[in-house]
Design a protein around this ligand. Structure first.
Ligand code: NAD
Ligand code: UGA
Length: 460
């Protein structure tokens, strides 16, 4: 039987990482057959339509290049494992909610389940690629489970963490800053690593493909997210100081970021960082450090999360204090619920905490977002109080005492704020949790304006 494809690649987990990364590999490498499997039937079905299960700019175009040609979506996990030469595992690795390490360490049950599925089903040697973000030294556990087989099969475990950010996943995958591939420094390990290098070499310049030992690779992923989150917490901590001193956090960030040793990216003060990974990965780092008795190291990183929680709390407190210390029965419109612009993802979005706190205070909360209302409804299931969801930001703001911008969607920059002001209760307040609006213009319209880390523009 002639083999149509040079290699069969399988990906277990068709989420925010598995779907886009495999779509890109398939689009760039027509010589490989790429199959993405998941236990979630609905998700797999959606990947086969033009209404993909995640919102990601440009993704449908990439999927369409390869789908049905060399990119396939399926729930036949066992068949997929049997046919494959290389298996990427990109299942979720959330924070553990129970038992030892609850609230900090990674819950590896989905990960281990895939290892056991592979062990049970595989009939030939395979390269297993850790795509999920995992605690350092997970590969060692994976190897122990897999190589406990008595079928005479050998598995090589390689680490290839993913660095894409949501909202820019397609660009990040097509033009990555780097691709990192870690393996055991043995003859076999290096050979397996080279196979993964060869995949990415189809479109990524060789100087951007970095190889390392497997533990460095696993740890680098956690550290990358920790450093990124640390920058956000650093500038957010300074935003609090700016609000007390009439300094302007954007001017400070600009001045600091001009130093090429520091750089200007990721210094945008905000209502706080969200997303499925920053908090989880830092807590994972904290847990690992603690488990080695490195308590000072653990505390250092835990403070990045604490400052984030402080920033979210500060924002809610500012709203309550400004609205004369009571928001009971006051309509407050939240512009944006996604954890950042250009995604419908709301995992760990500051908007979740903020909405719940406002409801606690008996406010009447109206949420609007161009892509995230379905997820918002799920996140707020069971939340008690007066809560509305509204597609149209103008309707959301009508009769509101305050508008709070929580996501930096471009849409909110270009709304007709004269119209919004006219329709609101007076005095009208606007809290710009992303510093994306023209504050002077809003003030001239008549708003009382409360940015993050910048002087307030207020008439009362
Ligand atoms: P996700 O929840 O969107 O997707 C994970 C998928 O795995 C789900 O569809 C789930 O049904 C499936 N799954 C779980 N157990 C399974 C099993 N035994 N067999 C088959 N399918 C199974 O998660 P995600 O956001 O794609 O994240 C996956 C991993 O990638 C995590 O470790 C995360 O930390 C990491 N990561 C995520 C991002 C991101 O932007 N979301 C970026 C880089 C790295
Ligand atoms: C982040 C990393 O950027 C990716 O490299 C990584 O692969 C991914 O986590 C992951 O491991 O899941 P993501 O969470 O999708 O990606 O989005 P980011 O752009 O990093 O933003 C995270 C949060 O920080 C958002 O809430 C964003 O609004 C906030 N942020 C970011 C700021 O408040 N200020 C900034 O200057 C930058």
């Amino acid at each position: 039987m002639s083999k149509k494809f040079a290699k069969n690649i399988l990906c277990i987990g068709a989420g925010y990482v598995g779907g886009p990364t495999m779509a890109m590999i398939a689009a760039k490498c027509p010589q490989y057959k790429v199959t993405v499997v998941d236990i979630n039937r609905e998700k797999i079905k959606a990947w086969e339509t033009d209404k993909l299960p995640i919102y990601e700019p440009g993704l449908l175009d990439v999927v369409k290049i390869a789908r049905g040609r060399n990119l396939f979506f399926s729930t036949e996990i066992e068949a997929g494992i049997r046919e494959s030469d290389i298996i990427f595992v990109s299942v979720n690795t959330p924070t553990k909610t129970f038992g030892e390490g609850a609230g900090k360490s990674a819950d590896l049950q989905y990960w281990e389940k895939t290892a056991r599925d592979i062990l049970k089903t595989a009939e030939s040697d395979k390269i297993i690629v850790e795509k999920s973000t995992l605690p350092v030294r997970t590969a060692s556990a994976m190897e122990r489970i897999l190589n406990s087989n008595d079928k005479g099969i050998t598995f090589d475990v390689v680490s290839n963490p993913e660095f894409l950010a949501e909202g820019t996943a397609v660009i990040d995958l097509e033009y990555p800053d780097r691709v990192l591939i870690g393996s055991r420094e043995t003859e076999r390990g290096r050979r397996a690593r080279q196979e993964i290098v060869d995949i990415f070499a189809n479109w990524v310049p060789s100087d951007k493909i970095i190889t390392s030992n497997i533990w460095s690779s696993e740890l680098s992923k956690l550290v990358s997210n920790a450093f990124l989150a640390q920058r956000v917490s650093s500038i957010n901590s300074i935003s609090a100081l700016c609000e007390k001193t009439e300094a302007d956090v954007q001017e400070v960030a600009r001045a600091v970021g001009f130093d090429t040793r520091i750089g200007g990216k990721f210094l945008q003060a905000s209502v706080g960082f969200g997303g499925s990974c920053f908090k989880k990965d830092i807590l994972n780092l904290v847990y690992i450090s603690e488990s080695f008795g490195l308590n000072e190291v653990a505390e250092y990183w835990e403070n990045v999360v604490r400052i984030n929680e402080y920033q979210e709390k500060r924002f809610v407190k500012k709203i309550i204090q400004t609205l004369f210390n009571t928001i009971a029965n006051k309509r407050i419109a939240l512009f944006g619920f996604a954890f950042k612009a250009n995604t419908g993802d709301t995992r760990e979005s500051p908007a979740i905490y903020i909405t719940k706190q406002l409801l606690e205070e008996h406010a009447h909360v109206v949420i609007t977002d161009p892509k995230a209302l379905d997820n918002a409804r799920i996140d707020l299931t069971g939340a008690e109080g007066t809560l509305e969801y509204e597609d149209d930001p103008y309707k959301a703001a009508k009769d509101a005492h305050a508008v709070a911008v929580l996501t930096e969607w471009d849409l909110y920059r270009t709304l007709d704020y004269n119209r919004i002001f006219e329709s609101m209760e007076k005095p009208a307040f606007i809290f710009d949790g992303r510093n994306i609006l023209n504050h002077k213009k809003l003030y001239d319209i008549g708003f009382n304006v409360y940015p993050i880390g910048k002087p307030e523009l207020t008439r009362i």
